[in-house]
Design a protein around this ligand. Structure first.
Ligand code: IMP
Length: 411
């Protein structure tokens, strides 16, 4: 069976950390959407690792990691990730399989992304500029290049045709291509596609379905968050893929009947990077305090994240869309120093009216070194219970620090 793990907010919930912790329970970890716009941070043995496209099961010896058909893959970034892992003694090529149907992010997709954002001015999406949107546009426009295409004799010709289309798009956005920059990007791209040919490329939908039939357990690792979903997120300020659990079916080629649990990951407060609505956002000192205590800077772009209190109506909405069966609450330790912790409990029906907050008692206690749920300060246990009651869902993990060890199982 397949369990799916998704973010319930605007990304950066800490999904990578939970995948790394849960991975030993699975034989396969598979990414099903997004691309290098993601930055999944894992920490153990005093080292921090940021993964962009490689699934977060890569540090577990006996776990196979699959990049599914729903992913948009940047071969240059993939090679960088593999090299970085090799430098610390992890041979990622050993247990990594890539779908031949995954879409390729081309150098010119990144230039289109930039030109498109610049043309939007103040209305820009706040894209990570990794070429995600333009690559998914080509996919649904049925003109995209896929990983399997690098094996075709006319790949170069197909590439040239794609770049010609992208040139026209860039001109449409009122921008011009920096030819020297494109040339450099292309050199890196073709060198990386040569490398990609040496990796294990497969029809991963067959591999995954065979594994399920053999009784193996698969964890589907979501990227971004539910509120960035292309259909149900804060459109148009969203990413270009289905970030919900349903995306695991189309993004891996597994049928809905083969999905078992849906694990929803959320932060004990909220953050957002990029533009778009954020009802509980804090603009003053408190937001700054959350950003400082939570080190809330993007792991892909380094941008400061917008910070605010937990939003229960949005959490319930995300849990509903995903069919969440259990929750993981992340970064509870960031709230250690707050005397009270406001939580949004209702969004007013009339526009312009203030949100309703419930003030929860803070715990004013360092939680970093606590290693069991029952040893957590009572107000934090009560905060957990409050969220369980409000969502009618169990919280199975509370995280109180970035390290693997700071992951407390509730039951
Ligand atoms: P894109 O996916 O790069 O096109 O960016 C679209 C929006 O999604 C922007 O607001 C990004 O900041 C946001 N976004 C994309 N990927 C992530 C992520 O992994 N974490 C948080 N925000 C993301």
């Amino acid at each position: 069976m397949v369990d799916v793990l998704v973010g319930l907010q605007w990304g950066d919930e800490g999904k990578g950390k939970i995948v790394d912790v849960l991975a030993p329970r699975y034989q396969i970890v598979a990414r099903f959407q997004g691309g290098p716009n993601a930055g999944h941070t894992l920490e153990f043995n005093g080292h921090k690792h940021v993964l962009h496209q490689i699934p977060s099961g890569i540090f577990r010896e006996n776990v196979l990691n699959v990049i599914g058909n729903g992913v948009v893959l940047d071969p240059v970034i993939l090679r960088q990730e593999i090299d970085k892992l090799a430098a610390i003694g992890v041979d990622a090529t050993r247990n990594l399989v890539i779908s031949k149907r995954a879409q390729l992010i081309l150098p010119s997709h990144k230039l289109v992304d930039k030109a498109s954002e610049e043309s939007l001015g103040d209305d820009k999406i706040g894209s990570t500029l990794k070429g995600i949107g333009p690559t998914y546009q080509d996919k649904t426009g049925r003109v995209g290049l896929r990983v399997g295409d690098i094996l075709l004799p006319d790949f170069d010709q197909r590439y040239r045709e794609a770049v010609a289309r992208h040139r026209a798009l860039i001109a449409f956005h009122g921008a011009t291509i920096d030819e020297a920059q494109l040339h450099l990007l292309e050199e890196a791209f073709f060198s990386a596609t040569d490398f990609l040919r040496t990796l294990r490329l497969a029809d991963t939908e067959l591999l995954l379905n065979d594994a399920i039939t053999d009784g193996k357990r698969i964890l589907a690792e979501g990227a971004q968050g539910s509120l960035l979903d292309v259909d149900f997120g804060t459109y148009p300020f969203v990413t270009s893929s289905t970030t919900l659990s349903a995306g695991a079916c189309t993004g891996l080629g597994v049928a809905p009947r083969r999905i078992a649990d849906v694990i929803g990951v959320f932060k004990a407060y909220c953050t957002r990077v990029g533009s778009g609505p954020f009802p509980t956002e804090l603009h003053g000192d408190e937001g700054e305090r959350l950003r400082r205590l939570g080190h809330e800077f993007g792991s892909t772009t380094g941008r400061p994240r917008r910070c605010g209190w937990l939003d229960l109506p949005l959490l319930r909405y995300a849990a509903m869309l995903n069919g969440v069966s259990e929750l993981c609450m992340m970064k509870a330790d960031v709230l250690d120093e707050f005397a009270t912790v406001p939580v949004c409990t209702a969004h007013p029906v009339e526009s312009g009216a203030a949100l309703t907050f419930a003030e929860q008692p803070g715990w004013l206690h360092t939680t970093r070194d606590i290693d069991t749920f029952s040893a957590l300060p009572e107000p934090l246990q009560a905060y957990t219970k409050f969220i369980e009651n409000a969502t009618a869902l169990p919280i199975s993990i509370v995280s109180v620090g970035p390290d693997r060890r700071s992951t407390l199982l509730v039951k």
